[in-house]
Design a protein around this ligand. Sequence first.
Ligand code: ZN
Length: 418
Amino acid sequence: MNIIAELYPMNRSITGPGVRDSLAVLDQIIDLEISEVPSGSAVLDWSVPQEWIFREAWIEDESGRRVIDSANSNLHVVNYSIGVDQILSKADLEPHLFSLPDRPQAIPYRTAYYDRSWGFCLSEEQRQQLGDGPFRARIDAEHIDGSLTYAEHTIRGTSRDEVLVSTHICHPSLANDNLSGMVLAAALAKELGASQPRLTWRFVFVPGTIGAISWLAENRDDLQDITDGLVLTGLGDLNPFTWKQTRQGNNRIDKLMAQLFLESGVDSSVIPFGPYGYDERQYSSPGFDLPVGRLTRGVHGTFPQYHTSDDNLSFVTAQGMEQAAGFLLQIAQMLESDRRYMNLQPYGEPMLGRRGLYSSLGGLPNPGAAQMAMLWLLNQSDGERSLLEIASKSEIPMLELAEVAEVLVNHDLLAPID
Ligand code: ZN
């Protein structure tokens, strides 16, 4: 929560110092490998835009009073606006103003990334109180040749299989979308780095759309080992968890999320893949077709705080972040433990008592359930069925199965085959 508060006032965009400053904050949690892609570089079908250097934006009324000022909220300037300094009548200013009549106290978040325009966002209440003008509108900003910045953090496991965790870093003062995702991804990476994961974990921190496209362009020959992927965003609110399925809808990560929702009993939903949303769109484009879905709580566009100044430091709560962190850790543990085993005594049931297995399970919280888990594991471990499939079939929580599998491995009754 402290890091979210530190990141909140920074004026992020798809390029420029706000992104670099934000990554420097995350770099205090995990070591980030920073990449800079020069402006104008061809990336897939796109071109890397110029850097946006923003200093200030305000509107003064006739008396010289600043009626709108980016010093109060960096949402007041349409993100990536061109510079302007003009005296305007109210009628001429109006097309450059954006407010939300349905939510009169909130400042909307708007961007002008791919057209050369400028504008101000303000609350409907502020708009009503502007007066008649004329107004001086000044945006002190420029676009310069520089670079687009993204960051990676890779934790090498013993397996070749890789998990991609991607989160966007380009929104300015919006807390849930996506400071929650940025901080949780970094926290998960830190936690996994402290253990010795079996899988390789690739964390990617990218400006939305163009950042993911740039990362894909730079890494297109190094994607073949990605077996599972999650886009993380909007996880710090208290709405139910939502899994947006991968493009195929039946990848391992889809089944794992369904299993986790079932086991945890939390209020949650699974929604099918669609081509609109966050960076899962890029990872799931047909040329790449990576098995990447998206974990959020409130879904973009469906909660009233979305892309407004109400997505602030009171919308994201410590409780929401803690729940999401626990959930992410559980997803990681499930992915780490999803292996295939071979029963080394497959002819008849092995005699468990002789091996002292009842007593060795005595220390587990629920020996009866552990015994059932043992029987399921021994029966199903034919080298074909994964732990996730056995969990689904047996209705025994996957991580409980994993714990018992460990005991059976130690007694030479099971052997992991991957
Ligand atoms: Zn957004």
